[in-house]
Design a protein around this ligand. Structure first.
Ligand code: 5GP
Ligand code: ZN
Length: 138
């Protein structure tokens, strides 16, 4: 999909309303319409990139820098007890809006999403782990 039919591009252009907590020339940060917790926000680059594979490295770097700043700010304001950064790519990984975005999710002791990131681990033999490791070395 290009930016034309993209809901986040429409939000960035102001065609669809959103609760905006931060904006600069490169990013808009909005509250998620279906928040996982109080303050759940999304960092959107204003340029349309579908996902981590498309986004330019420098833009991704600046998005992470902004995430650091906002995580500290939001934690101060909301007095949350922890914080998740989540970024989904492709349907199999849970992506539903195909415009790169970084979730900022404040966490609270006792919140109802305790298992947000809990997964069942897969088992690999030491030999398989070595093959995987060797294949991934950069
Ligand atoms: P994904 O599953 O692609 O990582 O996350 C997409 C997120 O965008 C979801 O958490 C969803 O609630 C949020 N979202 C989808 N449509 C809208 C919208 O129109 N406005 C806002 N503020 N958030 C949206
Ligand atoms: Zn878009």
């Amino acid at each position: 999909m290009n930016g034309q039919d993209c809901i986040f591009c429409k939000i960035i252009k102001g065609e669809i309303p959103a609760n905006t907590i931060y904006e600069d020339g490169e990013f808009k940060v909005i509250l998620d319409v279906n928040p996982a917790s109080k303050g759940h926000a999304l960092i959107l680059p204003k340029e349309h990139y579908a996902d981590i594979y498309e986004i330019e490295e420098d833009v991704a770097g600046r998005a992470m820098k902004l995430a650091k700043k906002l995580a500290c700010h939001m934690t101060n304001v909301l007095s949350c007890d922890g914080f998740n950064l989540i970024q989904n790519n492709h349907e199999v990984a849970g992506q539903t809006v195909f415009h790169f975005h970084l979730h900022l999710i404040p966490r609270y002791v006792g919140d109802k999403n305790a298992d947000l990131l809990r997964y069942t681990s897969e088992t690999f033999t030491p030999e398989e782990m070595k093959v995987i490791c060797d294949s991934l070395k950069l």
